[in-house]
Design a protein around this ligand. Structure first.
Ligand SMILES: Cc1cc2nc3c(=O)[nH]c(=O)nc-3n(C[C@H](O)[C@H](O)[C@H](O)COP(=O)(O)OP(=O)(O)OC[C@H]3O[C@@H](n4cnc5c(N)ncnc54)[C@H](O)[C@@H]3O)c2cc1C
Length: 416
């Protein structure tokens, strides 16, 4: 069209890569989607190796469906490296099993009617291998983003690398650099919300809790007014997540005595527990005020963080990442203008607030509720839902994030 400049110019788009800060699951997924479309991409990761990160383990059905459309071989690897969790159980520490939900009820809504329990570090390793085969992507380890500048057509970043400070230029910059995102801070974007006073303590052990319950699923939420916990299985290990008292120092939380006391409270046994990992996490409910500023966009934990009860952080981050990458491809190819980034924000930010943070916030309240009457009422509702296939399916649609992704698709509409 006369007088209309292709944005950015084709030469620029061909010459300059999309820059990504952070080689976590979200940054690397964005890199893969871009690289598979022939878009040059450079990823800068502060750590000197891809982290063996024990945070996310739950994969929800629509994330597996989404991944399948990008790379069926990658989805197969995640499934094969994990465990298929068909049931989710809700327990009360004093009363036992309250309700069980069977994800088979979602068979008409997803090709994957189950959760996969696979650690996020396995996925990031698979992604690095997949990226190597694209010929379009470079992952720079030990390289930390330290500053950024934007012009009308480009973004320039300062990178602290093992060789000293270097400057790289790109056509866009994606901040997938986690909760303390340097990109978000350099772009001056506020991270609205709060941080819980208590932290979460996760312990992993080879001890097989399933042998000591009549019926235990691979994903279990155990409520208690004093010490609730989440019991999750990953291959070869059980992970137990507890809240910590706000004022307990970290050394006291991870001490042998305190760790033993907590695990003995789940299953009492004569011999002490052996543990493989003990990690404390700060927990937040925050959403960035903007998801983009000029040529800079945020995704994953850089854009929103939530408590991990329900396993929605990484899943939601991957939903962001795929939506953003698809938009960037169209812009870089000159098929769509930059306002597509506005549309990305309009699609994904409400989902973080109204679905991800709202659901995980409710999950935490359900686990820790102290008022006996409220506990009885919520447990009664949980039982009623689990016993009625229609209500149970509705519940699973929400907790498996299918509802959130359908809402995002509706928000994206013609912009997608
Ligand atoms: C205990 C726990 C359990 C969880 N379980 C689940 C679950 O089951 N399911 C789920 O969906 N979510 C879960 N989550 C949340 C999930 O772990 C995060 O949402 C996910 O890791 C976000 O991925 P990301 O790629 O956005 O960020 P990250 O995984 O944090 O990756 C960011 C990367 O950026 C790098 N980086 C940081 N600063 C810079 C810089 N300046 N320059 C370059 N690189 C930088 C970091 O080193 C890191 O590698 C859990 C979280 C916790 C704490």
């Amino acid at each position: 069209m006369a007088g209309v400049r292709s944005w950015p110019s084709t030469e620029q788009a061909m010459a300059l890569p999309v820059l990504i800060a952070g080689a976590g699951p979200v940054g690397l997924t964005i890199a893969l989607v871009l690289a598979r479309a022939g878009v040059a991409v450079e990823v800068f990761e502060r750590a000197t190796e891809i982290a063996e990160d024990l945070r996310a383990s739950t994969w929800h059905p629509p994330t597996l469906d989404m991944l399948d459309r990008i790379d069926p071989a990658l989805t197969r690897r995640v499934i094969e490296a994990g465990l298929v969790a068909r049931y989710t159980q809700y327990h009360d520490r004093r009363e036992g099993l309250i309700a069980e939900f069977d994800m088979e009820l979602l068979r008409g809504d997803t090709a994957h009617p189950y959760r996969i329990q696979c650690e996020q570090f396995k996925y990031t390793r698979f992604l690095v291998e997949a990226l190597a085969g694209t010929g379009c992507a470079t992952v720079h380890l030990g390289c930390s983003l330290a500053g950024l500048r934007q012009s009308a057509d480009t973004v320039e970043i300062d990178v602290e690398s093992p060789e000293g400070r270097v400057v790289r230029k790109g056509v866009f910059l994606v901040g997938a650099d986690g909760v303390r995102s340097a990109v978000r801070q350099a772009a001056g974007i506020e991270f609205e919300g709060f941080t819980f006073p208590e932290r979460f303590y996760t312990i992993s052990t080879e001890f097989d809790f399933a042998q000591h319950f009549e019926r235990l699923s691979l994903v279990n939420y155990v409520s208690d007014p004093d010490e609730w916990c989440v019991l999750l299985k990953v291959p070869g290990l059980w992970r137990v997540l507890f809240p910590t008292p706000a004022d307990e120092p970290d050394e006291a939380v991870v001490s042998d005595a305190a760790t033993e006391r907590r695990l003995q409270g789940v299953v009492a046994r004569a011999v002490p527990y052996e543990t493989r990992h003990r990690t404390i996490y700060r927990v937040h409910q925050r959403v960035a005020r903007r998801y983009h500023a000029g040529r800079v966009a945020l995704a994953g934990d850089a854009a929103h963080v939530n408590n991990p009860i329900g396993g929605m952080g990484m899943n939601g981050g991957l939903h962001d990442g795929v939506s953003l990458a698809r938009r960037l491809i169209r812009i870089v190819r000159g098929e769509a203008p930059q306002p597509l980034l506005e549309h990305y924000e309009r699609e994904r930010r409400p989902i973080a607030i109204e679905y991800i943070n709202a659901n995980t916030g409710r999950n935490k309240k359900l686990m820790e509720e102290r008022d006996p009457a409220v506990r009885r009422q919520s447990q009664g509702e949980m039982r009623r839902m689990a016993d009625d296939p229609v209500l149970a399916r509705d519940y699973l649609m929400r907790t498996s994030m299918i509802t959130a992704l359908r809402a995002a698709e509706a928000l994206a509409g013609a912009d997608a």
